[in-house]
Design a protein around this ligand. Sequence first.
Ligand SMILES: Cc1cc2nc3c(=O)[nH]c(=O)nc-3n(C[C@H](O)[C@H](O)[C@H](O)COP(=O)(O)OP(=O)(O)OC[C@H]3O[C@@H](n4cnc5c(N)ncnc54)[C@H](O)[C@@H]3O)c2cc1C
Length: 502
Amino acid sequence: MKNSHVDWNYTSVNDNYTSQYAKSRAVEMTRGKMLGGSSSLNFMVYVRGNPHDFDVWADTVKDKNWKYKKVLPYFKKSERLTDSSIQSSYYGAYHNYKGYMGVQRQYHPDVDGYMQAYKELGNKIVIDTSTGDLGYTQPLFTISDGTRQSTSYAFLSPIKDRINLHVWKNTLVTKIIFDANHNAVAIEALTSDNRKVTVKARREIIVSAGSINTPQLLMLSGIGPKKHLQEMNIPVISDLPVGENFQDHQGALLAFKMGKLPSSQPPPNPHQFPIPLIIGYAALNKTQNYPDYQNLNHIIRDPATLLGFCTFTFGFEDALCRQLNETCEGHEVLLAVPNTMHPKSRGKILLKSKDPKDYPLIHGGYYSNPDDLENEVTYIEDVIRVINTTYFKEVNAELVRFDLPACAGYEWGSREYWKCYSRELLITIYHYTGTCAMGSVVDSRLRVNGVRRLRVVDASVMPFITSGNINAPTIMIGEKAADMIKEDNNIFSFLKHILNIF
Ligand SMILES: Cc1cc2nc3c(=O)[nH]c(=O)nc-3n(C[C@H](O)[C@H](O)[C@H](O)COP(=O)(O)OP(=O)(O)OC[C@H]3O[C@@H](n4cnc5c(N)ncnc54)[C@H](O)[C@@H]3O)c2cc1C
């Protein structure tokens, strides 16, 4: 669904530094433009992050309600796990089996050799990483009965007949309207047939437009950095660092040519998803209980999928993908993507103009902090040790040496080479967060600072990106916000919350 009418088709501003082997010379920042947003086109991996993430987050925003033990019930609330081995294990108590959103685990026989190889390097093999255990696993997916569990499918479909629910599709919200006391009282929107409509709010307005569009909408409405709004000729209602603090997980693509495939293979079933995937979480310091990097391992057994990943998903130049395809012809391929869990680099979203139809400027800021590049190289070095394991030797595995003229000045395999490689072949994991961060733009109850009756509930409120894919943490934020809204409309629950905060 990438690059189609259900994708916003955003591209980052070319920084002339990263992603220079991408056809667009920038990062294609896929975003779902449909009910369910990006959960309707994501890769469906279900990951919660690490307990450490939420404890740091709670300390930062000085509200213990964001600590791991307080958010865990909200992860569980939405989940409907069907997996008897997890249910009967130690991990069983950390899951729910009755929620709206189906979750299941991948069991693929083709991944055993890879798991053993990573184990040989000192990693654990675990059946579930939801509690924050480090190691390699066959992941959970937001799939149930062969159906994608987008937030639209899981949460909206069952309540379509509620008389107090109205959904307008293909409608662009263009502005939030405030009264003289800075209460958010209405929104303006453009319908698909270009009608301008105003919708009034009796209680409050909740913005869930994601980490790119939420800051755009707030800035168009007068909430954002004063200087930038003044440059855009937008009257300032609240001077806040909206759009700043953009964070993402970035990684590098490593391709391993593995064993020979049988000469006559049936063509792949295009309806079969996911392709075999194993995910590793690793810390370089073995006493640390949260990961430094995640390693996504896609096991590919046909050229169409390999080329699809290279040219389309990652958007690399045709010459590079042709080289990958020719080098690996007739062989299984492992595409490993080690990606930094806790980037220090920050990007920002700026308005291009006052026109809500104009796309905002997305400055990814990738590797703007040199520590991230150094760390990425260390993670690559940690992962490519796998080439010396028994399984990789058995199948005569080779690490594909791309012909990269931009890195030709560096000795292959040196740290300087890998730095060049990581920049040039940068991959986004599509985890945009932090642009309306809790603690600076919104408070810990997700209310926008400096105005009233306006909340943000999406991935943009995360002060720090979590350790892993962010769909489940975003849904957790939604579940928690639902309770906050109910509490704020009930005086007894509100008093209970105030007592709880200290
Ligand atoms: C290709 C891809 C693969 C991914 N894979 C995974 C994965 O496997 N696992 C995982 O955990 N995470 C994954 N993610 C990330 C995850 O899906 C998203 O981070 C998450 O869905 C973000 O949720 P959100 O509510 O913040 O924003 P979004 O899901 O982007 O939702 C925002 C919604 O608001 C709408 N909107 C925006 N502006 C306006 C406006 N002005 N008026 C009206 N509507 C508007 C959008 O159309 C969209 O429907 C992936 C993301 C992508 C893009």
